[in-house]
Design a protein around this ligand. Structure first.
Ligand code: NAP
Length: 285
């Protein structure tokens, strides 16, 4: 078997195009342009690249973005004060705080300070809790991107065995909750899971978000499984790879996401989606 390659780049481009159209319609009907504020504290080089990419993506679809740069020495009170201002700003529909934050700033205090109606990253406790009850305002962008990819591939997860490898707060755990909401039977594995293959071989859908290159080998995958590789790892030779042995596993799976070009482009697309959604809700309200 040779797996169908799930083209995240193409799906993300389609979603971005749809957001462009939604924005044009909103501007024509209500004179409203969605606004996203990005708070960047400090000079972390990777964070600067991520923020730049998000701002470029906003510009391309017509979202107005505002970058608030604070020094690495900024106090928690300063960060919270900027969030207060953005919470009150009617022209801002989404607020994103780029992580990680410097040590003196408590990440939980910052995330909980964002008005959850503007929490387009989906990290506020309300949105996290809402994943359990099905009342989240914004699902977090990476698992939401995976969900959209599965929808695009017309894969109905109801009743399927899904194994999520990785249990982080931003990917693994919300992913598992979102799939449970859709009536999949979900198992979450992590570093302390004994005999990972015992679980992964049961998966009709295997979602891997561990940050370990080559973690998933062909013998760990059920023939015909759908494999979603969230991992992004830079090898010493500079290559970017996922967590799955793509070459080997793509001979066994029925469908697989590549890295790069799979889940990665979907994350930013869903950030744009959430921001446009927020603006539309504010218009409707
Ligand atoms: P993280 O916070 O480091 O969490 C990694 C999770 O994987 C943890 O739950 C950890 O278990 C588990 N894990 C680590 N080694 C394992 C192993 N050998 N076997 C089983 N589980 C293992 O990472 P993250 O933020 O969730 O990100 C995971 C990967 O996805 C990274 O490569 C990251 O770059 C990538 N990522 C991609 C996107 C995207 O847009 N495509 C977005 C976010 C992240 P413990 O809980 O026991 O420590």
């Amino acid at each position: 078997m040779t797996a169908h390659i799930i083209d995240g780049k193409a799906v993300a481009a389609k979603i971005r195009g749809e957001q462009k159209e939604r924005i044009l319609r909103m501007q024509a009907a209500h004179g409203v342009t969605p606004g996203l504020a990005v708070i960047l504290v400090g000079e972390d080089p990777a964070s600067q690249v991520y923020v730049r990419n998000k701002i470029t993506a906003c510009r391309e679809v017509g979202i107005r973005s505002e970058l608030i740069k604070l020094p690495a020495t900024a106090s928690q009170a300063e960060v919270l004060k900027r969030i207060d201002e953005l919470n009150a700003d009617k022209g801002i529909h989404g607020i994103l705080v780029q992580l990680p934050l410097p040590k003196q700033v408590d990440v939980h205090a910052v995330l909980e300070h964002i008005d959850f109606h503007k929490d387009v990253d989906g990290f506020h406790l309300y949105n996290v809790g809402g994943l359990i009850t099905g009342h989240t305002v914004f699902p977090p962008c990476t698992p939401y991107g995976v969900q959209k990819l599965l929808e695009h591939e017309k894969i109905n997860v109801e009743g399927l065995n899904v194994v999520v490898v990785g249990a982080s707060n931003i990917v693994g755990k919300p992913m598992a909750l979102m799939l449970m909401q859709q009536d999949a039977t979900v198992c979450i594995c992590h570093k302390k899971t004994r005999d990972l293959a015992q679980f992964t071989t049961l998966a009709d859908i295997l979602v891997v978000a561990a940050g370990v290159p080559g973690l998933i080998q062909p013998q760990m995958v059920k023939p015909g499984a759908v494999v979603i590789d969230v991992g992004i790892n830079r090898l010493p030779d500079g290559r970017i790879v996922g967590d799955v042995d793509f070459e080997g596993v793509s001979k066994k799976a029925s469908a697989i996401t590549p890295v790069p070009g799979g889940v990665g482009p979907m994350t930013i697309a869903m950030l744009l989606f959430n921001t446009v959604e927020s603006a539309e809700r504010s218009v409707a309200a």
